[in-house]
Write a new protein. Structure first.
Lengths: 332, 332
DNA sequence: AACATTTCCGCAAATGTTTTCGGTGGAAAA
DNA sequence: TTTTCCACCGAAAACATTTGCGGAAATGTT
């Protein structure tokens, strides 16, 4: 019940000093093989396990990373988190996952919790209306490594790991061009995030050159807003309503699809759909949605690698961008 | 950069003892208001923050819970986790989330990590072929509170928080009866888990009494298996193939829906669908799937409450069951 | 004036580990 | 015999905090 083995207990059992026991368990060359064996045997017998509280205190290190996302829900971050966790675990690190629930206050609170718990590093994807940049800047300057991913800040000297925003949006735009669409409704997310700005600009940069296409851009803060906007657009007469809907994220896709289903329009004959997605959702629908994949797993691998780099040497901030590819469904 | 404030530094600045500073910051009555003010002011100025490593060591408590799930992905556990996290945070606890990825080895590894990091409690939903019961039993006996949720073990003296398995399945069966279905395909999950066993028994208990209904039960380990089985069933002639599909979980629903979409059959005229679900997925499809809701958020609240109870007094293990309700879509 | 009480604070132990520095005893080298 | 060296081990500081105990000074009571 209440007798966890400690170095002290082992040492007193064997008439050794605490330091000897500690070293024996760590295979320190100063300790004889004989002693090592005795110590290890007893430690195993007593099921000794180093007290991580004490180790953390002594080494000033917790082997824990904090990971902050708006929401772990809804398949947006699962593959990313899984990849980060796997990479972290292989290096002996644990992941503490915190959800901000799209609330800037909770986001700040979560950051403070990371600081308070003295995590060895922070991964963060910004939520809407995030005001966390100042705090993060402070933390970073006080020595806590921070890696932004996916939803990264527009400006500032930070480590960023994100998708090829421009490339994905450009690819989307050219794909839409190829299918000779006339009236495109483009659904974009939080207009304050770099991911949104970049994608929107790249998207428009291609489509605006084509005179034959009319493009409408809407920024929606969440799935429900996307549904409403799509609904409104689809209520128009056939000549007015869009014949194509582009969604820059899974979340918006959900909303758009609900509206489309509601409208009774057929995909892809009445209306076609293209999304930028992490890959799970498009396969759920019928027909499967054609999408530009932003590979969460690859992103996660890059993020953890970058974090470990930062932990080792103090390398300067870098923005890493991951290319994306088109995955064909039957929605276009 | 490298000057985090400590009690020692504050105390030497003010010519006070460490203990006085510590007590002043905690509003201990022994300390005069005057001293308290001075200490608090300087602490605020120096941005003092207690070193959680040291506090953990001293108090032998980390204010961290471990939460182990097969996968945080795919909306199965999001609302549950969110609820647990919120409840935990309100009491000053943090959540360390670990994914087992349906791998019993990783699951055991995650348990060891919880133990190693000396979490104050463990929430766990068992993955398939879990062999973790022995380990958990040991941990529990050594004083770590463990609360099982959702996928709980069939036998043993544990704390369990789960859905009303029988009730939900019974409700499902009666709903199917009411709609006068003839050939029912029931998709169930891992046959080793209590959730599966109970649901299957309750389901069959109702349907087997009705002679006019033929019921086929299949256990699928994952979404893909569900898709294949559904596909196979739907390939039969119209007289042979099921006119209703019941899925006991979101995961199976995904597989079943893919097969149904593939088949081109229309819901609900050609085939009707009913699921037991956490509530996110059914709303994605068109028509919206009718489902029996198993409220993850409510479950989470119960789980965290139970955990806190266990932390306080050493109350004996209890199985708590949450009732469920029918949410009408248009798939039946 | 003598004693009792309250107010306010410090000493030191304790939590478990890591690590620096040193020390013992014996064998080999001088 | 003395010195050197090596193999092996221990003492103690350090990490930052909490807390039981005791103690001095100030105030109150006879």
């Amino acid at each position: 019940m209440g007798h966890p083995a400690t170095l002290k207990k082992i040492s007193s059992q064997l008439n050794l000093s605490i330091s000897t026991v500690s070293r024996a368990l760590k295979n320190h060359p100063d300790i004889s093989e004989n002693t090592k064996r005795k110590v290890k045997d007893l430690a195993a017998l007593m099921e000794y396990e180093p007290n991580s509280y004490a180790v953390n205190l002594r080494l000033n290190k917790s082997y824990v990373f904090g990971l902050i996302v708006p929401a772990i829900s809804n398949m947006f971050y699962d593959s990313f988190i899984a990849a980060v966790e796997e990479g972290a675990r292989k290096k002996g690190y644990l992941l503490m996952i915190l959800q901000s629930g799209d609330d800037p206050l909770v986001e700040a609170e979560n950051l403070k919790l990371c600081k308070h718990n003295r995590v060895d590093g922070i991964f963060i994807s910004l939520g809407p209306q995030s005001g966390a940049i100042d705090l993060i800047n402070k933390y970073q300057q006080s020595g806590i490594p921070v890696v932004f991913f996916d939803k990264v800040p527009v400006a500032g000297s930070f480590d960023r790991i994100c998708m090829a925003d421009e490339e994905a949006a450009t690819l989307a735009a050219y794909t839409i061009l190829k299918y000779k669409k006339k009236r495109v409704l483009g659904l974009f997310g939080n207009p304050d995030l770099s991911i949104t700005i970049k994608r929107k600009e790249a998207f428009l940069h291609v489509l605006d050159k084509e005179k034959k296409i009319s493009t409408q851009i809407l920024c929606c803060r969440n799935s429900e807003e996307a549904r409403k906007e799509t609904d409104r657009a689809l209520l128009q007469s056939k000549a007015q309503r869009p014949d194509h809907i582009f969604c820059m994220s899974d979340e918006l896709l959900i909303g758009a699809m609900k509206a489309i289903h509601q409208s009774g329009l057929i995909i892809p004959t009445d209306i076609s759909v293209l999304a930028i997605s992490h890959g799970f959702l498009p396969g759920i629908f019928n027909p499967e949605i054609t999408y530009i994949e932003t590979n969460g797993q690859a992103l996660g691998k890059l993020a953890i690698a970058r974090m470990l780099e930062k932990i080792e040497g103090n390398s300067p901030p870098r923005s890493i961008i991951l290319p994306s590819r088109l995955v064909k469904g039957h929605s276009l």
